[in-house]
Design a protein around this ligand. Structure first.
Ligand SMILES: [Zn+2]
Ligand SMILES: [Zn+2]
Length: 323
């Protein structure tokens, strides 16, 4: 479950209250490549009574510095990860020195305040990327997280399906397609426009209905027979021994959750559109002068008439789209 907006003020406080009640440890990180101010050092000093361990690490929940070498092959320095007990007094300090989750960033504070429950990351926070998420399957915990007032969360599923998005903005032209626009199963959600932006509010998110990724129709995902979602005609574009569309085809053959589409027709349009996009990417790659890091791209670059071959296949694929 992802947090989509920086928890600030009261929300930050409620979130910390809950995290401290669930978790036994929290961590903060000091990266050696970014300076820290006196304030950041003072925070570490005041938390010292609750310190459990201090380790040099190349990775910690949510962030990875890599294998110890940077892009240029230079040796990188590990960061220092501080592990603390979730003591009530420690919480008071975290609330006093900061007013939001994403403000845990050098130079003014240590980085990436995150929480650990029984040795497992529970709330992971990468302030630089403004990404925070919970790792929990516990129904009771999930319910309590959802009940933190004004905390903006999205499930992984709602992010993967991408539309409808849960926006954090509550400007007056944001309209929930269910409770405000009263769209029903079978209706098609129009494109958002300047006067109305369509989304699904948190209350309506778990109503069992989904918006089709291909045609925008509202459907019940439970009622779609996934066995029926198969490719009508597998598309192939062979260059030498390689099928340029194999990657897309395999993705659709092995797709377990149906791709967020309402019907076999939409499943096939999504497949054809993905094939087109994939070939357009190849078309862009072969017309670049620079040598690619991919052997396949370099091979097809040298292939006679490759641009025409790609264009012809793209045009053929477009004729299969029936709208
Ligand atoms: Zn709603
Ligand atoms: Zn559809």
């Amino acid at each position: 479950m992802f947090i989509t907006d920086d928890p600030k003020g009261k929300v930050y406080q409620d979130l910390l209250d809950f995290a401290f009640s669930v978790c036994d440890q929290f961590i903060v990180v000091i990266r050696k490549d970014i300076n820290i101010t006196k304030d950041a050092s003072a925070v570490l000093e005041s938390l010292a009574p609750f310190l459990i361990a201090k380790r040099e690490q190349f990775e910690w929940p949510g962030t990875r510095l890599g294998t110890g070498r940077d892009y240029f092959g230079r040796e990188a320095e590990p960061a220092i990860v501080y592990y603390f007990k979730t003591d009530h007094e420690a919480k008071r300090i975290l609330l006093e020195v900061s007013n939001s989750l994403h403000s845990w960033m050098q130079p003014n504070l240590p980085e990436d305040l995150s929480f650990i429950k029984n040795q497992n990351p529970w709330l992971i926070n990468s302030s630089h990327e403004s990404v925070s998420y919970f790792e929990t399957e516990d129904k009771d915990e999930i319910e309590k997280i959802m009940n933190i007032e004004d905390l903006q969360v999205r499930t992984a599923n709602s992010i993967k399906n991408n539309i409808p998005q849960v926006y954090t903005d509550d400007s007056p032209n944001m309209k929930c397609i269910f409770c405000e626009k009263k769209f029903k199963e079978g209706d098609t959600v129009p494109e958002s426009n300047a006067s109305e932006i369509y989304f699904v509010c948190l209350n309506c998110m778990d109503n069992g209905l989904t918006v089709c990724n291909e045609d925008g129709k509202i459907f019940n995902e439970q009622l779609v027979n996934k066995d029926y979602l198969i490719i009508d005609k597998i598309q192939i574009l062979k260059i030498e021994e390689s099928d340029l569309l194999e990657y897309i085809t395999n993705k659709f053959i092995n797709m377990e959750e149906g791709g967020g589409v309402c019907s076999k027709k939409c499943f096939n349009s999504l497949y054809i559109n993905d094939c087109i996009m994939h070939l357009q990417t190849y078309l862009a790659l072969v017309s670049m002068d620079k040598e690619s890091t991919s052997d396949l791209t370099n091979m097809i670059k040298g292939y006679k008439n490759i641009e025409n071959i790609l264009m012809n296949k793209i045009n053929e694929l477009k004729t299969y789209l029936s709208y």
